[in-house]
Ligand binder design. Structure first.
Ligand code: COI
Length: 361
């Protein structure tokens, strides 16, 4: 249920509730949180209500809250950037909120009024603007989340929810930064099945991926490349990102057929590559095609795309006993160009023909 008149109250943190800002040269990812958060509640009877920007704090959740038992939890990842002339920008925030509402529908959770939430988010980022880092490659990561809070153990969609947004200043997601990653092609575990929830940004997808990620780390890889659940042949995603391959002149990424996440960075890369005249294909690609192209030298580049990781070049894939190195293990020109262009748009140093940027304040 939408409450069109959803009021957002503002309760500013007092000076003693405000935290010390971190050293911007060593932010890491997702460890430090800003002074404020946005919260709102949903009940079947009242719809969305009690919306507030308030000091960052714990909240009380009943141990019987359905999120803990049956996993109704969805989230988003977006960023705010401190750019040209100290202006602060969001990148395609409406697309993230729209995707979150699609995740909500898939997980039988209530949709929320996107415009009102975006307004509140802009106000909160403006309020916490000193937390938006100004150092190269750093940004403010924004995490909208919704959880089922009704205390009940019968299996059915909950009738109470909490929606919240928290923010944290971050540096690069991978320790490698823009340096190429080593990727293990997962041949045992799968991330998502057809008809499942692979295209929803729901917490369980990430929990389900941990085992393979740990195995890959133990073997010295940064992340895993997921294959499809039925034939274990078709490439799906890499770790927490969508995946691209440049094979001769064709830029290839798997199509959105339900089991992969419809990435906002993925969509931006497709758009930029088309603008630049690349032949772009959203098509199925097998691991055999990738390895064969790697061996023949036709595979020029591969990179992951995601909000947290931005553009993350792949230097090597290993599948069972076979490994292929890409571009001599170095980042490719297209990955670099896309990274630079996206960052330039996100930070306000470049024209924004697709109107992706939203100014805060
Ligand atoms: C993002 O790229 O924003 C994500 O949600 C990935 C997350 C696991 C850090």
């Amino acid at each position: 249920m939408f409450n069109k008149e959803l009021e957002v109250t503002l309760h500013k943190a007092s000076t003693d509730q405000m935290k010390q800002k971190p050293d911007q040269s060593n932010l890491g990812f997702g460890q430090i949180f800003t002074d404020h958060m946005f919260t709102m509640r949903w009940t079947r009877q009242d719809g969305w209500h009690k919306a507030a920007i308030e000091p960052y704090d714990n909240f009380i959740v009943d141990p019987a809250a359905m999120v803990f038992h049956y996993g109704q939890a969805i989230f988003e990842g977006m960023k705010a950037y401190r750019g040209k002339d100290d202006q602060i920008f969001l990148f395609r925030p409406a697309d993230n909120l729209n995707r979150m509402n699609q995740s909500a529908v898939r997980m039988c959770m209530p949709r929320f009024p996107q415009d009102r939430v975006l307004q509140a988010l802009r106000a909160m980022v403006y309020l916490d603007q000193e937390w938006v880092p100004g150092t190269e490659g750093a940004s403010l990561y924004i995490r909208p989340t919704m959880i089922a809070s009704e205390p009940a153990l019968g299996l059915r969609p909950a009738e109470e929810y909490i929606f919240f947004i928290i923010c944290c200043p971050v540096g690069a997601y991978y320790a490698e930064g823009f340096s190429p990653t080593k990727i293990y092609v997962e041949d045992e575990f799968v991330r998502a099945v057809p008809g499942g929830v692979g295209n929803a940004k729901t917490a369980g997808n990430y929990a389900a991926s941990l085992k393979a990620q740990l195995n890959a780390h133990d073997k010295g890889y940064t992340q895993v490349l997921w294959l499809d659940a039925i034939e274990h042949r078709y490439v799906e995603e890499v770790g927490t990102s969508n995946i691209f391959f440049l094979i001769e002149g064709e830029l290839i990424t798997p199509p959105l057929e339900g089991s992969i996440l419809p990435g906002i960075t993925r969509d931006s890369v497709l758009q930029l590559a088309r603008d630049w005249g690349y032949q772009v294909s959203e098509r199925r690609i097998t691991i055999d095609e990738v390895l064969a192209a790697g061996k023949s030298g036709a595979l020029k580049e591969s990179f992951g795309t995601g909000t947290a990781a931005v553009i993350s070049p792949v230097g090597e894939f290993c599948y069972k006993e076979q490994c292929v190195q890409i571009n001599g293990g170095a980042a490719g020109d297209l990955a670099k160009r896309l990274y630079d262009e996206l960052q330039a748009i996100q930070f306000g140093y470049q024209e924004d023909p697709h109107k992706w940027r939203v100014r805060v304040g």
